[in-house]
Design a binder for this molecule. Structure first.
Ligand code: ZN
Length: 240
């Protein structure tokens, strides 16, 4: 049994498809999504169609939540706000119902999934250092948890202390816990333009974070053609 765990797709169909193709090459048998299917990119409905057809476990991201609200978008930065207004105009009722029905935290087999943090999952705060990770570990009741939201892959390990590791591969050991950011399938922000996802090989007890090249030009052209801010296309090249 081998899981592909992906999230922060942000309506980037080309990035998402590249990840799905790679996960098939890797022999993945099961799929899990840590949220933010929509927002920023030009293909929210297409990405939602794929995720819904996969019928895989999904948790809600802040953009998934924002996309189905009718409240003001003043809390968002201008780029996110413009993209969200456009995204809201694109989604049919059945997609809105699907997003509304998503939970914030789920347990899948022997691991947990959440979009932002385990300590305050609905507040959409960011895990950017080991102290933030420690707060989530306090609420982590499985050995392994996958999350997203920062668009930056990171593996935190809790033994006697909590530390991030630099490697993109980790072998799970008894007595330790793992809080793993799988990176973004649609808008990386760690300076690397390639999209990211993780595989979890249950038999081997091994998690690997993968980086995948994709048809970035097409994704960027679609953003501009949709009338979305050009910066949203440009930032994909920067990985920021
Ligand atoms: Zn996101």
């Amino acid at each position: 049994m081998k899981y592909a765990i992906f999230g922060d797709i942000h309506a980037n169909l080309e990035g998402f498809q590249a990840i799905l193709e790679d996960s098939q090459r890797q022999g993945c048998t099961d799929y899990v999504c840590v949220g933010d299917i929509v927002g920023y990119g030009a293909n929210p409905r297409e990405c939602l169609d794929i995720v819904r057809q996969m019928a895989c476990p999904v948790v809600k991201g802040n953009h998934d939540e924002e996309a189905v609200l009718t409240t003001s978008l003043e809390g968002l930065n201008p780029l996110a706000r413009q993209a969200m207004e456009w995204t809201r105009s694109q989604l049919p009722q059945e997609d809105r119902d699907f997003l509304k029905g998503l939970k914030l935290v789920r347990q899948v087999r022997d691991f947990t999934i959440v979009h932002a943090t385990l300590d305050t999952p609905g507040s959409w705060t960011y895990v950017t250092n080991k102290f933030d990770a420690m707060a989530s570990f306090s609420y982590q009741f499985t050995q392994l948890c996958f999350y997203g939201h920062t668009h930056t892959p990171r593996i935190y390990v809790k033994g006697d202390s909590v530390e991030p590791i630099e490697d993109s591969t980790v072998h799970l050991e008894m007595g330790r816990k793992y809080f793993i950011n799988i990176g973004s399938a649609g808008q990386p922000r760690d300076g690397d333009w390639r999209v990211a996802y993780a595989t979890y090989d249950v038999e081997r007890q091994e998690v690997i974070i993968h980086r995948i090249e994709y048809d970035i030009q097409t994704a960027q052209d679609k953003i501009v053609a949709a009338g979305l801010p050009e910066m949203l296309a440009h930032r994909l090249s920067l990985g920021k």
